[in-house]
Design a protein around this ligand. Structure first.
Ligand code: FAD
Length: 286
């Protein structure tokens, strides 16, 4: 099933993300978590990939397992440091396993990488390559608070438009904690002539440490009402989990109410978190 068809339907969709382990050791544990999330019957599940093209084998294996359980997978594929034969091999592998949907990413530049860019300097180059390689449904990443490497939001939008024009069918957003930031971004996107469907990505924050990591990576603006929750419940794991899930649920309901049909949850291999969010939205998703 192509994800662009799912997200264009009027029915609200909810999808979850899993990430594969870095080594073989943890594979069974992650597979178990992915299976439990798959049993919740999400609209689709995304499976992340390391960069440069690390873990892509495990990403493909997890995707295949999801397909066997009747869940449509979205395989992430990074291109930083990869040459054309490496990407050809990954695309052939994904195709052979029945994967139809790819989230095309550049990947973060590892600090120790001497020559980070090779054939594919930006995700748009990978999108173009995948588009020319067959009938995949292609997603790209977008950043409502603009990508940290961009000099400005306008510059980021210019490159985003080029990426979409290279062949993206849809976009998935970086996490954000204030929906108004997304609504403002959507307005600027439409003005810039970008009109592919956008899937908001929501991160349920279930422990206070997560926040520091998130801010270091994504430079997100954290609204006061969210910071109050972390201040009040950050030292109590159960309370923080409950409050983080409630905050994410409220964001999702607001998104559906404002016309977004598809929402993606960064469920971080946590079936309990995914299950609670799904049950919070049971009547809405009916
Ligand atoms: P790009 O679209 O290439 O953008 C990166 C930067 O380059 C931006 O500042 C952009 O404005 C600029 N740029 C783009 N095109 C050009 C151009 N032609 N000329 C000059 N500048 C340009 N990382 C992983 O390693 N694995 C994952 O599985 C993963 N999944 C993700 C899922 C989502 C939904 C998101 C939002 C991010 C994910 N990431 C993942 C992180 C992502 O790889 C990093 O944010 C990375 O730094 C940028 O990737 P990109 O695909 O957005 O790159």
């Amino acid at each position: 099933m192509k994800i662009k068809e799912l997200i264009l339907s009027e029915k609200p969709t909810l999808s979850f993300e899993v990430f594969p382990p870095k080594s073989d050791d943890g594979f069974d544990v992650i597979l178990q978590a992915a299976t439990e999330i798959a049993d919740l019957s999400p609209s689709y599940m995304s499976v992340t990939a390391g960069a440069p093209v690390q873990n892509a084998e495990k990403t493909a294996q997890l995707c295949e397992q999801l397909l066997r359980r009747g869940v449509t997978p979205l395989a992430h594929l990074t291109c930083i440091g990869a040459d054309e034969p490496a990407i050809d091999a990954k695309l052939a592998d994904l195709r052979a396993r029945g994967v139809e949907n790819i989230l095309a990413l550049r990947g973060d530049i590892p600090g120790d990488m001497e020559t980070p860019f090779s054939t594919y300097a930006h995700a748009g180059d990978l999108v173009q390559k995948i588009r020319a390689s067959g009938d995949f449904c292609i997603g790209g990443a977008c950043y409502p608070e603009h990508h940290p490497e961009s000099k400005s939001a306008d510059e980021d939008l210019t490159y985003l438009r080029a990426k979409v024009e290279a062949g993206c069918d849809f976009l998935v957003t970086q996490m954000f904690f204030d929906n108004d930031i997304l609504y403002n971004f959507m307005y600027r996107m439409y003005r810039a002539g970008i009109d592919v469907p956008v899937v908001p990505g929501i991160m349920p924050v279930t422990n206070a440490k997560q926040i520091k990591r998130i801010c270091a990576i994504s430079h997100n603006i954290l609204p006061q009402r969210f910071l109050r929750i972390v201040d009040r419940y950050g030292d109590d794991p159960d309370a923080m989990t409950e409050a983080g899930i409630a905050y994410a649920t409220a964001q999702i309901i607001d998104l559906y109410a404002n016309g977004f049909h598809a929402v993606h949850v960064y469920s971080m291999n946590k079936p309990q978190v995914a299950a609670k969010i799904k049950s919070n939205l049971a009547a809405i998703l009916k």
